[in-house]
Design a protein around this ligand. Structure first.
Ligand code: FAD
Length: 396
């Protein structure tokens, strides 16, 4: 008989991004029967580079046994060169500032976490939750195509535009606050011979950047950011999203016309508003939010690390309480409010990437070209990721 702390629990996780697979892994360690539903038909391997900072992120990656695997796929990069319209270097942002202590491609991270969790997790791709009904005995869940099932707990790890949050907590506009910027990224053939060190070119309210993919020098990736009020579009309407990018960057010089020309054939586009999620509470009955659905800031710098720490804490508190979700959820809320709240308050990616006015751009460049200021910012971000006393949650 399986006597692990959570062997009596069936847990449904929505979202196979970063936080979802990390949580699934830890639930497996503690013996739960876990199912993950993911809207995309397969693991989403796109996205820019993401990074880990500070001792707490590393201690959880180490406990998961994925640190060496992630080090093996590290980009080794992270430095960025700010250029003028003739592609001449103006100044450099050092790797530790942009790439943290360990930088990897988001797709590599998602794959490593997914593979680490598959032994103990049922994954359903191309599936989503359409309704949730909870009572004292469990949560009855209806899916888009799979038959309805009952679970003990449901966790929404389905990103900034979380479906679980909408179904249980209320409509997205109550919780997701547009910060005035949009972000787009896509892959392209590296016909121009771009280097792996990213080059960034700005005009007020616009950033265009490009770098070679360190895994395959024949490919490159872009990251564009621009100011805009909230736009209306379908999350799956890629053509409309591409047209927003073309309009926002029309007339911009440097490599922009050539980069925009590659949008046509880009198979996948990452496009999202830069937004901040604020929820008044992380749990509601038998349902909890985790990762970007709970405390996300698009490109907030520490979203991946915080999502992984959150998965560790949520599974660990459930195990420590032998599956009593009331006790576990309140301990999870207390710890994660403190940890996630600290970096979320400091995150302001749009204003750094693409200051809206000429004077704002001048101020950013004046501040960031000084190495003293860069060092201060690096040490500040490491301390935001500290948590004095992340508990051990031994597997029973
Ligand atoms: C494609 C993609 C690219 C990204 N690129 C970057 C990047 O370059 N840099 C960066 O800092 N951050 C990026 N992010 C965000 C970053 O990955 C998150 O901050 C971090 O991973 C937190 O993890 P998460 O698991 O909470 O959310 P996410 O990583 O966003 O994962 C959420 C998952 O839930 C799935 N999902 C969404 N809605 C539903 C639904 N209704 N039902 C089932 N599944 C659903 C999504 O497809 C996704 O796989 C990206 C996110 C995505 C999805």
């Amino acid at each position: 008989m399986n006597t692990s702390a959570l062997s009596h629990l069936r847990i449904l996780v929505s979202g196979a991004g970063v936080a979802g697979p990390a949580l699934a892994y830890w639930l497996g360690v503690h013996g739960a029967r876990t199912t993950v539903v993911e809207l995309a038909p397969a693991l989403r391997e796109s996205g820019f580079t993401v990074d880990f900072r500070g001792p707490t992120h590393f201690s959880v990656l180490e406990r998961m046994g994925v640190l060496d695997e992630l080090r093996a796929v590290r980009t080794g990069g992270g430095a960025k060169i700010v250029v003028d319209e003739h592609d001449r270097e103006r100044y450099r942002l050092p790797a530790e500032f942009c790439g943290g202590d360990l930088e990897v491609h988001r797709g590599d991270l998602s794959r490593v976490l997914y593979e680490r969790s598959t032994d103990t997790t049922e994954y359903l791709f191309g599936e989503t939750i359409t309704a949730l009904h909870q009572d004292s005995a469990g949560v009855r869940v209806e899916f888009e195509s799979a038959p309805a099932r009952t679970f003990d707990l449901v966790i929404g790890a389905d990103g900034i535009h979380s479906g679980v949050r909408r179904l249980v907590f209320g409509q997205e506009t109550n919780f997701v606050h547009h910060l005035g910027y949009y972000l787009a990224g896509w892959d392209l053939p590296n016909d121009e011979g771009f280097d792996t060190i990213s080059r960034m070119y700005n005009t007020p309210g616009r950033l265009a950047s490009v770098a070679a993919d360190h895994r395959d020098a024949k490919r490159a990736g872009t990251m564009f950011a621009f100011t805009a009020p909230a736009l209306s579009y379908g999350l799956r309407d890629i053509e409309r999203q591409k047209s927003f990018v073309r309009t926002a960057f029309a007339g911009m010089r440097w490599h922009v016309p050539d980069l925009l020309a590659t949008l046509e054939d880009a198979p996948e586009l990452y496009f999202d508003s830069i937004s901040k999620v604020t929820v008044p509470y992380l749990t509601e009955g038998r349902v909890a939010l985790l990762g970007d659905s709970a405390w996300g800031v698009t490109l907030g710098g520490m979203g991946v690390g915080t999502g992984i720490v959150g998965g560790y804490v949520l599974a660990g508190e459930l195990a420590a309480a032998r599956g009593d979700h009331r006790t576990a959820f309140s301990a999870y809320e207390r710890r994660m409010w403190r940890f996630a709240g600290r970096w979320q308050r400091a995150a302001s990616p749009g204003r750094f990437l693409a200051p809206a006015s000429a004077s704002g751009l001048w101020l950013r460049d004046t501040l960031f070209r000084h190495s003293l200021m860069q060092r201060m910012l690096v040490s500040g971000s490491g301390s935001l990721a500290k948590d004095d006393g992340l508990p051990d949650y031994p597997a029973a």
